[in-house]
Structure formats: C-alpha cells, structure tokens
Design a binder for this molecule. Structure first.
Ligand code: SF4
Ligand code: SF4
Length: 543
C-alpha cells in the first residue's frame, strides 16, 4: 500500500479549510497518468496552428511566445464579444454548488478543480480581474486573480480533463454549460500552441486524408473488402458496396474508428449487411473514401478548425451529386452536425430533405442539415416491418445501453437506439435512471482524451459509468454494453476490463446484423465476431 494511503496516515488529514487560504493559493500539480502528451510540431504546422515546437507538460518552460498573456487576453476579449453565452456564463454563476458533484472526473478523482463550478472558475477568475470593475478593484476578495504562468498551466491541465460532456449543465439552475466554457478555454490555449497530440495528430490526419487515422483512400477500401470476406464466410452472402459513386441517392459517412478498430469494425460490418439487405428494396447508397470520417477532432481545438474539417462532408455530397447524407454511429459527430453544421457549412440547399427510399418516411428533423442518424433510419425500417429479424440469434447477450453524451444531450437521440435493441435482442436491461438518458455518465475519454498515457484519468473518469454497468451486471447478468459512438466503442473495452471484467462492448448495428435474416444466407453458426451463435456451441466443439 502506498505510504500516503495507509489508514493511519489518512486518519490524520485535517478536513477543515485553511484560514485565509483558498483554491487559488494551491499551485497546480501536473501528474503523469492524468494528462495527454503535448501536440507535436509537425501536426501543428500541418494545419497552421500557432507556436509549433517540442515541449512537455512536465517542463518548467513551455516555450511560449513572449507576449502570450496579451494573446490570451485579447482572444478572451474577442470571444466575450462574439459569444453572448460565454459572457452570460462568466457573469451569472451564483456558486450554488448544484453542479459540483455531477462531473464524472470529480467523482472519480476527488480533485476539487474537477468540480464543474471550479473548472469554470479557473477562467472566470481571470475574466473578473481583467473585465469587471469589482475584480479590478477588489482582486482576490471579488474572486479575481491575475493570469500568470501557474494559472495558465492550471488551465491546460484541467481544461483537458473535461470531456465536454455537458452533464453538469443539466443540473445547473441557470443552464450554465461548463462544456462551452471548456471549448472556449481550449481555443484560447491553442492560440499560443498549447494542445495535446491526441487531438493535434487526428486533426492533421483528417485534414490530409479525410479521416483521423490518416488512412489513404485505397487502404480504406481494402479494409472494407476484408469485412466483405468475413461477412461472406459467416453468412454465405457477398455484399457489394459502391465507393465514390456519382449520382447515388445517399452518401454514407461514418467515423473511421469503425473501419479500423475492434469492436467498432463489427458495427461497420453491420452497416454493410444492412445496406446489402436493403439494396433489393431500393436503397441507392455510396460510401466515400474521401469523406471517410464523421468525427471531428477539430471541435476539440477551435470552432474554426471544426468548421474546416466538417466542410468535407458537404463538399463530397456536392461532388457526388447525392440527395442526402446518412451518418453512422458516432458521438461528437452528431453534436457538431446537430448544433453547428448549418451555420458552419450550410445552408446545404443543394441537397434534398431526406426521405427513406424504403418506407417513404420524411425525416423532418433533418430538414436543414440533410443528414439522418442511422439509428433513426433503422428504427423507421423496423417500425414499418421492413426487416426480417431473428432476435434469438442475440440470446447469448444480456444487453444494456449507454447513452453517449453527445447524441443524448446534444441531439436528444434517446428512443431510437433502445427501440432497435429491443427489436433485435430478447434480453435488455436499463442501468439506474440517474445514469442514463439526459443524465448519462460520460465514458471518461471523450473530447480527445482517449489516449494511452492518461489511462489513470480515463479509468477514474469512467468509474461512475462502469459502476452503473456493474450494477446491472450483478443484478441481471448483463454481459454486453451497447452504444452508438465510435469513441465509446474504442474506450469501453479497457474500462470494462478494469472495473467490470466480462462485459463486452458493441455497436447497435452489430446487433441488428446478427439478427437480420438475409435472402440466400447459409445457416449461420457464428456471430460477426466468429463466436458460436446460441444453440451452435456444440458445433464449435466438433470443429
Ligand atoms: S450549478 Fe450553475 S450556478 Fe450553481 S455553481 Fe454550478 S454553474 Fe454555478
Ligand atoms: S462538461 Fe462534463 S466533464 Fe466537463 S465539467 Fe461538466 S460534467 Fe465535467
């Protein structure tokens, strides 16, 4: 046991707040395991981000421009004028504390600066000092402080410990959205070259090749070809998707994580199987090897970068002459589409209001963006009895559903995934009410925090979500966590292995394709992962 955590040492901790000293007096302590590595110069250079250089957060000198303070304060002044919400959020917090214990990072770490109210106060204290009379005159007594090197380091450390999940905002009586404050703080930090490489590298890759992983178009297609081989082996049916096909009715865009990382790859196979099934019913859809990413790490850098990376979806839709866009299971991709895309890259008046070619349903909610979430599309197919499904093929699974923060709180996508799961699986169990839907707990790794070097932060931040999974695991024997986000699919396996071993992770369309009965298919013996289907276990032993 660590010397510091021995019960006799812990018992001596004085819990009384120190007299005349507050959080502002405690210097930031940057700990390995909590932060992501600094952005590499080549990645910053690729997209013209300022101050590219080698540096480490553990260095004393972060190699900043000599006028860094002026740059940040001017950036803050400009944003206070541009974003009325920021100005309001800076002024109206009454420090009631209703948000304090709602952040998964605070719950998992116990670090007071991870309380949403205090995270926002890191910026608000400087705002008061520089932009309010009370702060200028009364200083610390008005909760104001100067922006110095220590404060700047504190900003970098803690604004990259917020996953911009917005859970805190739904508990705030004033609707203060700390995620929006984090977004602005990260923009300010980027003005002087303070970023992380787990964000800067995907941004540069996305700008170069169209996706975060830097996959070239031919490699993207190769990967899909591998999936087609696997699908044929499992189902006996060969799907034949098209790529970059001009004149198709629908363009499909999904996060690249689904194409290159398990278990997201099974979700991708799920899309391919579904689209093949629908071809005979009139689906005319193309994939793109250029708009090969729905996610947008630019959003974790600045609004301008998000806009720049997002533009490719509409540009590709225009080039191919499609009528509308169908989007895959992703988290922040949908927040950007739902909340920003119209003003970032629209109006998309060269596209048409999406109508399902199979059911004739008009997706009026997508009237302006012209983009439909695949769970909306599939739920509509099920509701109109267009899919032949054998739920028993998922009988080995006891499934629960994690509402990914962005689709849930950023676009209100709550019912469609549940409707699909209930129609493709016989065993579905909800986690406790205060951990799902709008109140869902973050995976702990969103907004570009899904690196390896900050695993301690991720496991701490993911604790509340894992705890709720553990509850249904112990109570109902849940063994599968379903979600509609590529980051979730990438990060949950490690979180589950650590906190709730034995629980797997899946996308919703993997469940759909397991249950979907294809015309001309052979008797399926395994699911897409090559595991025996219920009732086929003996066959496996024979093999
Ligand atoms: S709940 Fe809202 S008003 Fe209360 S402390 Fe948190 S941000 Fe401030
Ligand atoms: S947005 Fe999410 S991660 Fe950020 S402070 Fe609020 S609850 Fe915590």
């Amino acid at each position: 046991m660590d010397e510091k955590t021995k019960p006799e040492v812990m018992a001596q901790i004085n819990h009384q707040p120190p007299l005349f000293k507050g959080w502002m007096d405690a210097p930031v302590d940057i700990k390995p395991g909590i932060f992501c590595y600094a952005g590499k110069p080549q990645n910053l250079k690729y997209v013209d981000l300022p101050n590219p250089r080698e540096w480490s957060p553990l260095d004393k000198d972060w190699k900043l421009p000599s006028n860094w303070k002026e740059i940040i304060l001017e950036g803050l002044r400009e944003r206070l004028e541009r974003f009325r919400s920021l100005k309001i959020f800076m002024d109206i917090c009454v420090r009631c504390g209703a948000c304090a214990d709602k952040c998964h990072f605070f719950i998992g770490s116990g670090d007071p600066r991870n309380m949403p109210v205090l995270r926002a106060e890191l910026l608000r204290s400087v705002y008061r000092r520089e932009f309010t009379k009370a702060g200028k005159i009364l200083g610390k007594f008005a909760g104001a402080r100067d922006l110095d090197y220590n404060v700047l380091k504190e900003w970098w450390y803690y604004f990259f410990q917020c996953s911009e999940c917005r859970r805190c905002s739904i508990f705030c009586p004033y609707g203060i959205d700390t995620a929006e404050i984090t977004i602005i703080a990260r923009e300010l930090l980027n003005l002087i070259g303070l970023n992380t490489d787990w964000i800067a590298a995907p941004v540069a890759n996305c700008y170069r090749t169209g996706n975060h992983l830097g996959i070239q178009p031919h490699a993207y297609k190769d990967m899909i070809d591998f999936f087609l081989d696997d699908i044929e082996e499992i189902t006996g049916v060969r799907a034949e998707p098209s790529f970059n096909r001009k004149g198709a009715e629908i363009l499909f865009v999904t996060p690249s994580g689904d194409v290159f990382a398990d278990p997201g790859t099974y979700t991708c196979m799920g899309y391919l199987i579904l689209f093949h099934y629908l071809q005979n019913l009139g689906l005319d859809l193309t994939w793109s090897t250029f708009a090969s990413e729905g996610g947008n790490f630019g959003y974790f850098t600045s609004h301008e970068m998000a806009k720049r990376l997002n533009a490719k979806m509409y540009a590709e839709a225009k080039r191919l002459g499609v009528k509308w866009i169908l989007g895959g299971e992703c988290g922040h991709m949908w927040r950007v589409i739902n909340q920003y895309m119209d003003t970032f890259n629209g109006p998309a008046d060269f596209l048409e209001e999406p109508v399902s070619p199979i059911t004739g349903t008009k997706f009026e909610n997508a009237k302006t963006t012209k983009m439909v979430h695949i769970t909306e599309f599939t739920a509509d197919l099920i509701k109109n009895n267009k899919l032949k499904l054998d739920k028993s093929r998922n009988d080995n699974l006891k499934v629960t559903f994690h509402d990914s923060c962005n689709p849930a709180r950023g676009m209100g996508l709550l019912e469609e995934p549940r409707y699909i799961i209930k129609n493709t699986c016989n065993h579905f169990y909800e986690m406790p009410e205060n951990t799902i839907r709008e109140q869902t707990f973050c995976c702990g790794s969103g907004s570009g925090l899904n690196a390896g070097e900050n695993m301690e932060l991720r496991l701490r931040g993911g604790l509340p979500r894992a705890n709720a999974v553990k509850y249904v695991n112990e109570k109902f024997g849940v063994n599968m966590l379903a979600c509609v986000c590529a980051i979730d699919r990438a990060v949950f396996p490690a979180l589950m292995d650590y906190w709730v071993p034995g629980v797997g992770v899946t996308g919703v369309h993997e469940l759909v394709s397991n249950a979907l009965i294809l015309e001309g298919e052979k008797q399926r013996e395994t699911n897409l992962r090559g595991e025996p289907l219920p009732g086929m276990e003996e066959g496996e032993e024979d093999v």
